[in-house]
Design a protein around this ligand. Structure first.
Ligand code: ADP
Ligand code: MG
Length: 224
């Protein structure tokens, strides 16, 4: 589902954010990508979304070879990836329903399909009958519903629990695990040590742009 072959990313100015990275993630896997600040996690995330192009190597996502992909196909591959961020990135002036529906409107989904799909996704994340102000954990649930509404093959999350307390963090992780059990490939970038150690998933550890460990039921490797 995701393949990186000898991928390097050197920013203008010479900072080598990733050096010769090789990763193969199969359909249906749940993978944590960990590493201290500056290790290259967000760079990797941006490469997977094709927001950045690597300075060397090859990236394939959902069957699309990024070195050969046509411009018109980039939105198609992004549609197959649901994205969740640390700061939720919700539209503040819209309702919960509208935030999720928006993800479908931008890809011209028919209204009758949106009317069915949005409530189903809000129910899935446990927000079926919420109308009041949302706290952080709830905002992240809305963001998850939005990420899921177009039925992606892959969920990519960059520090999804970075702004949440331990209880909400665990809830969001359990939700990601449920989604994974329904067949979606899940990749979570995090430095939440407790959660990584508790969940016993595959853990890929980056240090200064290099993979120093890739373990099937891994734990958090302390670098600092
Ligand atoms: P992480 O997400 O693990 O903290 P990043 O991928 O953000 O790491 O950064 C990896 C390295 O690349 C760091 O040394 C960072 O300063 C550098 N870097 C990140 N983005 C840029 C950029 N746009 N231009 C130049 N250097 C960058
Ligand atoms: Mg980062």
């Amino acid at each position: 589902m995701i393949e990186l072959e000898n991928v390097s990313m050197t920013y203008p100015g010479g900072i080598e954010a990733l050096k010769n990275v090789n990763i193969n993630i199969e359909k249906g896997e749940f993978v944590f990508i960990v590493g201290s600040s500056g290790s290259g996690k967000t760079t990797l995330f941006k490469l997977l979304l094709k927001e950045l192009d690597p300075t060397a190597g090859n990236i394939t996502v959902a069957g699309y070879d990024y070195s050969k992909i046509k411009n018109k196909d980039i939105p198609k591959v992004r549609r197959r990836i649901g994205v969740v961020f640390q700061n939720f990135r919700l539209l503040k002036d819209r309702t919960i329903y509208e935030n999720v529906a928006f993800a479908q409107r931008v890809i011209q989904t028919p209204a009758r399909y949106i009317r069915r799909r949005v409530p189903a996704m809000l129910t899935l994340v446990g927000l079926a009958d919420k109308y009041k102000e949302l706290e952080g954990g709830e905002q992240q649930r809305v963001a998850m519903a939005r990420a899921l509404v177009n039925n992606p093959d892959i969920i990519l999350a960059d520090e999804p629990t970075g702004n949440l307390d331990p209880k909400n963090s665990l809830d969001i992780m359990n939700l990601l695990e449920d989604i994974n059990k329904r067949g979606t490939t899940v990749v979570v970038v995090t430095h939440n040590k407790d959660i990584v150690n508790e969940m016993k998933k595959r853990v890929i550890t980056l240090k200064k742009g290099v993979i120093i460990s890739d373990e099937k039921e891994g734990g958090y490797i302390d670098e600092d």
